[in-house]
Design a binder for this molecule. Structure first.
Ligand SMILES: *Cc1c(COP(=O)(O)O)cnc(C)c1O
Ligand SMILES: [Zn+2]
Length: 500
């Protein structure tokens, strides 16, 4: 629908409100810094930052009901700047003018209810939010859309000149950064750093295809991250890791969409998110908090973070119930099928600590929890979900395994409804499915296939057929008829088909 066709009062709601005074807020010393410069850490104390709107109060002048109506009306408007995550313009990054919004089809991913047999088997109703249906096939596109829109604003309105973007990645950040960077070429060029052999072939092919410069670094993600931090500290580059606070803003859209899809009623809802570098869980908390502060939602959902026992520093931290006795200790990671979350020293941990405290305070009780699952459970649940019509990657399998664990622990009740973050598309991590089916996991993973979940192709080689077709050598006549009949009979027999 065209904007002119809305009644004037609604038109006002649809138009972005404008205004806002954004600053970087340091989570260490509490100082604020101007956003005209690209900052990733506090120049005074080195701690990570969050974007804060110092004029957030102007947003309270509109009622929760009017905000809900504004977001719902925007879904009807055909404008690129309303289509993606920028539908929530005022909450995400109001400094970015609509003409600078980079929209590649990100966000508004489907919420797919678990099939009834799967729901019954797990013992609680739940849905996957399929963030693998983003343009580069992971949720990272939400954050990248905002980070790159902001860069475009700096380039087009603030004379930033050409920008070289860099990131370290477990695979999906680089795929996303390279895609959005390529769209803005030649103003933006991308370089990505990957831990050699620790990203899937599909993930490696993505930045290569987008024309980024790809560097393979020995070690694991945490090592890449240190190199990229050195680059960002010493050279003129734009860092696109989730250390970049604009990424967090964009990923808040995940929470906004859940609220909108549930008509803003989050009572009895549980949101389950796998944790790696902890940017996403920070964004999800921050997003729900903003909705709550503006009266757009009345209740905060329960939040469950999930980690593999092979990379579980956040789980270990929160295992201690008494906040005053919690100690932060990075861990050395072991090989994990949830490779995108295989991180021992998450950069966003200070954000998690701050936001979890604010989350529980706002809820009036503890509502943020972290559970731990095994590699075996991750694989079993990924395959189980996909056998029921879902498209989850290993991290999505981790979300489901996490829900099962939270049910066991009594953190989630069987009468609650869960929304599981399916963070990337199944096909990005297909090699792990293959290892499961072929029982070829290296021993470090400790994964053994459950026979009832294994599948393999069958070569339909009918006995007694001498001539078979081959590429460039088709069969014809009698020989072809014999081949078709014998092969069909072979298949019918193996499927135990009845004749009609
Ligand atoms: C990045 C990523 C994660 C982990 O998210 P963090 O923000 O690093 O905690 C989980 N799953 C997938 C598919 C990812 O790409
Ligand atoms: Zn500081």
């Amino acid at each position: 629908m065209r904007l002119e066709e809305f009644p004037p009062a609604d038109r006002q709601l649809v138009e972005p409100m404008g205004g806002g005074r954004l600053v970087y807020r340091c989570l260490g010393c509490g100082r604020t810094h101007g956003i005209e410069q690209l900052l990733y850490t506090c120049p005074d104390c080195g701690q990570v930052l969050l974007i804060e709107d110092q004029d957030f109060d102007r947003l309270r002048m509109r009622s929760g009901a009017d905000w809900r109506r504004a977001f719902d009306l925007r879904r009807m408007v055909n404008r690129p700047s309303c289509k993606g995550v920028f539908l929530y313009h005022e909450l995400l990054a109001p400094v970015v003018p609509p003409e600078c919004v980079v929209y590649l089809g990100e966000g508004h991913t489907p919420l797919v209810e678990a099939s009834p047999p799967l729901r019954d088997r797990i013992g609680c109703a739940f849905a996957f939010k399929n963030d693998g249906q983003n343009p580069s096939a992971s949720f990272k596109d939400r954050g990248m859309a905002v980070a790159l829109s902001y860069l475009r604003y700096l380039i087009e309105h603030k004379g930033a000149g050409r920008v070289l973007s860099v990131c370290a990645s477990t695979g999906d950040t680089s795929a996303s950064a390279a895609l959005y960077g390529a769209y803005l070429a030649p103003a933006v060029a991308s370089a990505v750093l990957l831990p050699k052999g620790k990203v899937t072939p599909q993930q490696l092919s993505q930045p290569l295809g987008a024309g980024a410069k790809v560097f393979e670094i020995p070690g694991v993600f945490d090592d890449c991250m240190k190199v990229v931090e050195y680059l960002a500290d010493h050279y003129r580059v734009a860092l696109l890791n989730s250390k970049n606070a604009w990424r967090i803003c964009g990923q808040e859209s995940y929470s906004y969409e859940i609220a909108q899809d549930l008509d803003y009623d989050l009572s009895g809802q549980v949101v389950v998110v796998p944790i790696g570098n902890a940017g996403n869980i920070s964004a999800v908390m921050s997003g729900f908090l903003k909705l709550h502060e503006l009266g757009i939602i009345g209740e905060l959902p329960k939040l469950i973070g999930v980690q593999s026992h092979h990379a579980d520093p956040v789980f270990r931290y929160y295992r201690e119930e008494d906040p005053s006795r919690r100690v932060w200790r990075p861990v050395t990671v072991q090989p994990s099928v949830a490779q995108a979350a295989m991180i021992g020293n998450p950069v966003s941990m200070p954000r998690v600590v701050e936001l979890a405290r604010r989350y529980d305070d706002a809820a009036g009780e503890r509502r943020f929890f972290v559970v731990q699952v095994t590699e075996q459970q991750i694989m079993d649940h990924m395959i189980l979900a996909n056998r029921h019509g879902h498209i989850v990657c290993t991290q999505g399998g981790e979300s489901l395994a996490g829900l099962v664990r939270a049910l066991e622990l009594g953190l989630v009740g069987r009468d609650e409804h869960a929304i599981l973050d399916a963070t990337a598309h199944h096909l990005k991590f297909i090699g792990f499915q293959q290892m499961y089916f072929e029982d070829s996991f290296p021993p470090e993973f400790g994964v053994k296939p459950r026979p009832e979940l294994v599948n393999a192709p069958v070569e339909a080689k009918a006995p007694g057929v001498e001539e078979v077709p081959a590429p460039g050598r088709p069969l014809s006549g009698e020989a072809f008829a014999r081949f078709v009949e014998a092969t069909a009979r072979y298949i019918a027999q193996s499927l135990e088909l009845e004749e009609r």
